[in-house]
Design a protein around this ligand. Structure first.
Ligand SMILES: [Zn+2]
Length: 180
């Protein structure tokens, strides 16, 4: 079980995100990731520069540096690229604001069909990519999941975003999910 995740994602869905092999190679060159974890596909141990690229507050560095058990490790898992953008959200995600009436959309999950959602107040149909999800969800085609991070207790440094953009040609953003 993970205590939570920090997830980087391709905020801009065009141009297309890179192939997973290319992104893996880039992340290894940046030393965000190290050796692959045999038991899980596209999962890696933290690399030598992990703590320079992800800024932690609180006690989280102890978790990734001296794990008590294997599951405490801040492993990194790459997911995608997906043909269509995917929405990944935290279970405690606040109702997003409707771009039409600027009010929270109640029961948004019920009207979400994978790409659009409807506001019951004003009837506006919105693309998930046009919603401001804050740090509670991300809508994109590629995700870099950093496991065992308490939501809000880690921030990717600007250098990581700059170098990711340089390597992949697309913008990256981040959000958190709680344990599940
Ligand atoms: Zn509305």
């Amino acid at each position: 079980m993970s205590i939570g995740k920090l997830i980087l994602y391709t905020g801009d869905t065009s141009p297309a995100p890179p192939a997973i092999e290319l992104l893996t190679q880039s992340l290894q060159e940046l030393e965000l990731i190290g050796h692959p974890i045999d038991s899980e596909a596209n999962s890696f141990l933290p690399g030598d520069s992990f703590l320079q690229l992800i800024s932690f507050v609180g006690c989280s560095p102890n978790i990734c540096l001296t794990p008590q058990t294997e599951s405490d490790f801040s492993s990194v898992t790459i997911r995608g690229p997906f043909l269509q953008p995917q929405l990944i959200w935290d279970r405690n995600c606040r109702p997003p604001r409707c771009p039409g009436c600027n009010k929270p959309i109640p029961d948004w999950e019920k009207s979400f069909n994978g790409s659009t959602l409807n506001c019951m107040r004003c009837g506006t149909e919105s693309e998930a990519g046009d919603i401001n999800w804050g740090r509670y969800a991300g809508y994109g085609r590629m995700f870099i999941e950093i496991n065992n991070v308490f939501p809000g207790e880690a921030t990717p440094v600007d250098l990581l975003f700059n170098r990711l953009k340089g390597e992949t040609g697309v913008e990256w953003r981040y959000f958190f999910t709680g344990h599940n």
